[in-house]
Design a binder for this molecule. Structure first.
Ligand SMILES: [Zn+2]
Length: 223
């Protein structure tokens, strides 16, 4: 089974690439957020356990998350493999995943990092403005209004939510980048890390990612 891990900071475009890669490779994209929601909805034992933690506002332990992931990997549509999107988030989750896969004589075959420098991430994540009247969205560099501070569509004032302010985004990003770096180090040490330049256009990033994984002959000979 092919287990591909897609890594990237918030704003790096990882989620978009996970969807595109899933289509190209004919593998399901598995995101832990979706797993949680499905397991809770279906009331599986692990789903109920996860809900208990989430209801208390506590972090769901790695064993519970990995357990849900393994149940998902056992589903028929995952028989050829999966693309993991958003997991592992920490070194201990990466280690827990390795152990669980090893018990099934499987391993992470590639960890693909969509790499974007912190300054660029900050610009992407923090430049968002919303209009006061209708919530029309703009971005300082990617999609600026014709007149600064005024909505093109309805003429109302543009405001920035606290969550989109640079100082708030920077503090949150620094924490997230620290955890990502740990996971990247883990896979680099395992010899399965490949990084692509996430500043290139979306289609170019997709091609670079496919170049990273297509040469592996095992997947071609064992469809
Ligand atoms: Zn507007």
């Amino acid at each position: 089974m092919r287990v591909l891990v897609l890594l990237g900071a918030p704003g790096a475009g990882k989620g978009t690439q996970a969807h595109v890669l899933a289509r190209h490779l004919g593998l399901p994209r598995v995101a832990t957020g979706d797993l949680f929601r499905a397991a809770v909805r279906e009331g599986t034992p692990l789903g109920l356990a996860a809900k208990e933690y989430m209801d208390r506002g506590a972090l769901v332990p790695d064993e519970v998350t990995v357990g849900m992931l393994l149940e998902r990997l056992a589903a028929p549509d995952a028989a050829r493999g999966v693309i993991l999107d958003g997991f592992p988030r920490t070194r201990s989750q990466a280690q827990a995943l390795d152990r669980a896969l090893a018990e099934r004589a499987a391993e992470v075959e590639a960890a693909l990092l969509v790499d974007v420098p912190p300054d660029e991430l900050l610009a992407r994540l923090s430049g968002r403005w919303l209009c006061e009247a209708a919530g029309h969205t703009y971005h300082e560099t990617a999609y600026p209004p014709r007149v600064a501070g005024i909505c093109d569509i309805c003429g109302s004032r543009l405001l920035q939510r606290d969550d989109d302010k640079p100082e708030i985004v920077r503090a949150r990003l620094e924490k997230q980048l620290g955890a990502l770096e740990d996971v990247v180090d883990h896979y680099r040490a395992a010899g399965v890390l490949q990084a692509v330049d996430g500043r290139r256009p979306i289609a170019a990033v997709t091609n670079d990612l496919l170049d990273c994984i297509e040469p592996v002959p095992y997947w071609r000979t064992h469809p």
